[in-house]
Ligand binder design. Structure first.
Ligand SMILES: [Fe+2]
Length: 442
C-alpha cells in the first residue's frame, strides 16, 4: 500500500531531515564554527523578520501565564546566548544591562531568583527599542567570537544549543501572539499577506489508509554526530507489538463528525481528567473554533454546531472558514484521545511513531502540518542523563505530567526537526498547533 503523496512540506526541512538520516563524518571545530557563524546570522535575523510587522504594543502583551510577550521572547533568547556563551567564554565581555538576568531568565534555578512568569506582560520597560539594542549588543559580541575562525567544541556546542533554543522560541512567538490576538475582539491577523508560510496552506485530500507494522524490537532515539536534545537519548531498544498507523492526520471535517455525534457530551470517550476539563471549561470544539453567529460581529458563541459551515476558525491570517481537508489543530491531548476512542482507534505511542517514521519511505508524510499527540508520557529514556552544567535544566526537570508530541507544525522553523524530536506539553494545553494521527493494534 503506497503512502499518499506529499503534503506541503517545505523543501529546506525535507533536505535537513534526509541529511540527518545519513551518517556523516564529524567536521573539524573550525568547519563547525564557520557553519555556525552563517547559521547564527540567519536565525537571529529570522526571529526579527517573524515579528517586524507587529507594533511595540503587540510585542508587549501577554495573554496568559503559559504564554510570553514577543518582546520577552526576543530578550530571553538573547539572554541565553549572553549567559551560556558570552559571559562564560568571551573574556572581557560586558553585560548590556546586569538587571536583565533577573528579567529574562526563564526557569534556571542555578542562576537564582527571577521575574515571575505570569508577570512578563508587565514589562513595559525595557522598551522594545532597548530590547532590540540588547540583541544588537549580544550579536556584535557573538559575531566577534564566531568570526575568529575556530572555537572549541564546547563553545560550538553551546552556540548550536542557543540556535536550537532560538528556533523553539520562534514557533512559540507565533503560538503566543496568536492567543493574544484571539482575545482581541477585532480578531486581527498576525501574519501580513506574503509574510512567509501560511497557516491556511491547503493540504491535498487523500483517503486515510492504515500502514501496518510488524512490530518487534526497534531502536529508538537519536544517534550520530548531529545536534540533538538530551531528551532524545540514549538510543535504546523497545519491543513493539504489531500496530497500524494512519497515513495522514485527522482533518477538520472528520473532527466535525465527532462534534456532530455528540463527542463533547459523551463521557464514554474521555479520560476522567479530560471529561473534567470539558465540564469545567465548557469545551465544545477545538480552541479558536467559533460558531457562526450572524448577529454578533467578532462575538463568541457557545452553541455547538453540527456542520463544518457552522464554524469560523481564528488563524494567524485572521478569521477563516475551516478547510475540511486541513489537519485539525489546537486540540488538547484529552480531545485527541477522545476522538481516537470515538473513532474506534487510539493514539500511537511515541515509539510506534518513531519506528514508523524510520521505516516509511521518507519522512515527508509523517512530519505533517501539526504536532501529533502521542499516548506516551514525557519520561526519560533508559539510561538518560541530563546535560552537564546549566543546560542540565533544559529538559530533564520537566519530565512529569506532560505528554509527548511528535512531528512538527507548519510554524516549526525549517531545519529544526528530526524524527527523534520530542516535543512535550501538559495534556490540557490547546494553544499549540497540535493535532492527531490515529493508531490501532494490528
Ligand atoms: Fe527558553
Amino acid at each position: 500500500m503506497g503512502m499518499p503523496k506529499s503534503v506541503n512540506r517545505p523543501e529546506p526541512l525535507l533536505r535537513v531531515l534526509k541529511a540527518t538520516s545519513r551518517s556523516a563524518a564529524r567536521p573539524t571545530d573550525a568547519e563547525t564554527t564557520a557553519a555556525l557563524a552563517h547559521k547564527y546570522r540567519t536565525l537571529r535575523g529570522a526571529s526579527l523578520q517573524l515579528v517586524d510587522h507587529l507594533s511595540p504594543e503587540d510585542q508587549c502583551i501577554q495573554s496568559m501565564a503559559d504564554s510570553s510577550p514577543i518582546k520577552w521572547h526576543l530578550a530571553h533568547t538573547t539572554w541565553f546566548f549572553e549567559t551560556l556563551v558570552l559571559k562564560a567564554h568571551l573574556p572581557g565581555y560586558r553585560d548590556f544591562d546586569p538587571r536583565f538576568g533577573y528579567l529574562f531568565n526563564s526557569y534556571y534555578e542555578a542562576l537564582g531568583s527571577r521575574h515571575a512568569r505570569p508577570q512578563r506582560g508587565m514589562l513595559t520597560r525595557p522598551s522594545l527599542a532597548e530590547v532590540n539594542a540588547y540583541r544588537e549588543h549580544v550579536d556584535r559580541a557573538a559575531h566577534s567570537m564566531l568570526d575568529r575562525g575556530s572555537l572549541s567544541s564546547e563553545v560550538n556546542w553551546l552556540i548550536e544549543l542557543g540556535l536550537n533554543h532560538e528556533q523553539q522560541h520562534q514557533e512559540l512567538m507565533l503560538t503566543d501572539i496568536k492567543h493574544a490576538f484571539w482575545l482581541n475582539p477585532l480578531r486581527p491577523a498576525v501574519r501580513m499577506p506574503g509574510c512567509g508560510r501560511s497557516e491556511a496552506s491547503k493540504a491535498p485530500t487523500s483517503p486515510m489508509t492504515w500502514q501496518r507494522s510488524l512490530g518487534g524490537v526497534r531502536q529508538i532515539g537519536h544517534h550520530g554526530n548531529a545536534f540533538a536534545f538530551d531528551n532524545e537519548t540514549p538510543r535504546h531498544a523497545v519491543l513493539l507489538q504489531p500496530f497500524s498507523l494512519a497515513s495522514r492526520l485527522v482533518t477538520n471535517a472528520e473532527y466535525v463528525d465527532f462534534i456532530r455525534d455528540g463527542g463533547y457530551r459523551d463521557p464514554r470517550w474521555w479520560l476522567s481528567d479530560g471529561w473534567g476539563c470539558v465540564q469545567s471549561q465548557g469545551w465544545t470544539a477545538p480552541l479558536y473554533w467559533e460558531v457562526v453567529d450572524e448577529g454578533r460581529v467578532g462575538g463568541r458563541a457557545s452553541a455547538p454546531g453540527g456542520r463544518i459551515d457552522d464554524y469560523r476558525i481564528f488563524t494567524l491570517d485572521g478569521m477563516r472558514d475551516p478547510d475540511p481537508d486541513q489537519a485539525v489543530t489546537h486540540l488538547s491531548y484529552y480531545e485527541a484521545s477522545a476522538f481516537a476512542s470515538w473513532a474506534g482507534a487510539r493514539l500511537p505511542t511515541e515509539f510506534e511513531w518513531e519506528a514508523a517514521a524510520e521505516s516509511w519511505s521518507g519522512v515527508e508524510p509523517i512530519c505533517a502540518d501539526a504536532w501529533q499527540w502521542t499516548r506516551s508520557s514525557y519520561d526519560p529514556y533508559p539510561g538518560y542523563k541530563p546535560w552537564a552544567g546549566l543546560a542540565g535544566e533544559y529538559n530533564g526537570k520537566f519530565m512529569v505530567g506532560q505528554q509527548v508530541l511528535r512531528g512538527g507544525s507548519f510554524a516549526t522553523p525549517s531545519g529544526h526537526l528530526r524524527i527523534t524530536y520530542r516535543n512535550f506539553f501538559p495534556p490540557g494545553a490547546r494553544w499549540q498547533f497540535s493535532g492527531l494521527r490515529l493508531a490501532r493494534d494490528a
